[in-house]
Design a protein around this ligand. Structure first.
Ligand code: SF4
Length: 206
């Protein structure tokens, strides 16, 4: 087993996946610390402060403990999880029987396999040195809708990633009603894109 230690911000569950094609599915969460971009409306605490350095065996043991309903389904997120994800950790978690669903910002190739990859691109927040990584095979694309996203942006993302599921999700900041109205208008203009709501926030689950 890998000797590497991974910077884990939190693990929790059992809970529900709140977003995308698997919304409503029972799962546990593995959240890594650190991100390579800084979206100004980011609602996730991925700071290194309070994070723990854990080995793969410790992560697997904790996921098993949390998954007391036996979903064997883990959402791997961050921060940006590809900064830390690697083949030994993927093998350890999948050997324990978990399906791995990851959400990435799409700027880095994966160093280990997953069973489902959500790309949530945020190119409006990249610095000059960061670009979307070429050839990352997505299972779903999820675009958070703020004022910077229009039909042309959605068209570019749809041309870049060929997959079955394309989601638009209103940014849940203090202009939520405005973003939701824009999201619904974009769905009318581009019906390939479907609505994703952050169910966990609406339901008040972690
Ligand atoms: S890519 Fe995701 S985790 Fe990173 S700053 Fe943006 S919203 Fe937050």
């Amino acid at each position: 087993m890998s000797e590497r230690r991974y910077l884990v911000k939190e693990m929790f569950g059992p809970t529900l996946q709140g977003e995308g094609a698997h919304a409503g599915r029972a799962c546990v969460f593995l959240r890594f610390a650190a991100c390579n971009i800084a979206c100004h409306w980011c609602d996730t605490d991925f700071a290194a402060e309070g994070a723990q350095k854990l080995g793969a065996d410790e992560i697997v043991a904790r996921l098993r403990e949390l998954d007391r309903h036996g979903s064997r389904h883990v959402i791997v997120t961050g921060g940006e999880p590809t900064l830390q994800w690697d083949a030994p950790l993927a093998a350890a978690i999948r050997d324990a029987g978990f399906r791995v669903h990851m959400e990435s910002n799409g700027t880095r190739p994966l160093a280990g396999p997953v069973d489902w990859l959500t790309i949530s691109p945020k190119p409006q927040f990249h610095t000059g040195s960061i670009a979307l990584a070429p050839g990352v095979p997505a299972d779903e694309i999820k675009v958070v809708i703020d004022d910077t996203v229009d039909e042309a942006v959605l068209d570019r993302h749809a041309a870049r990633w060929r997959c079955e599921h394309y989601f638009v999700q209103p940014c849940m900041d203090d202009r939520y009603a405005h973003h939701l109205a824009r999201t619904l208008a974009l769905i009318e203009a581009r019906p390939r894109w479907r609505l994703s709501l952050q169910l966990h926030k609406i339901l008040g689950v972690p």
